[in-house]
Design a protein around this ligand. Sequence first.
Ligand code: HEC
Length: 91
Amino acid sequence: MSAAVGVQAADLEAGKATYQTCVTCHGPAAQGQAIFPALTGKDADYLADKLTRYRAGEQVGPNTPLMAPHASGLSDEDIANVSAYIAEEFN
Ligand code: HEC
């Protein structure tokens, strides 16, 4: 299964809207806090790969149960858009 979608094809405005559901944990500048990892300095492919794994129900890190519900409702397109937005906006 391939999750990677070209960054050029991404809709950054849609990604920004999706990111509003992530901001309480990952922060307004994706800087992270406490147990919530920073999303800065990571490329879109890396972010999309992680989101796809959370969505698939894979155990990724020790706090996966906090993150997985927020990936479970995302479409491939949502993942591509939000990943591109984070990589573009916060790197
Ligand atoms: C309830 C808090 C919470 C929300 C909301 C949340 N996350 Fe997370 N996120 C976490 C935690 C905790 C982890 C680390 C999980 C682990 O240990 O596997 C994480 C991990 C991640 C990772 C992996 C980071 C890395 O470097 O490995 C990505 C990417 C990510 N989140 C993106 C998102 C996106 C995009 C959204 C919004 C759609 C979102 N998160 C919403 C808590 C949250």
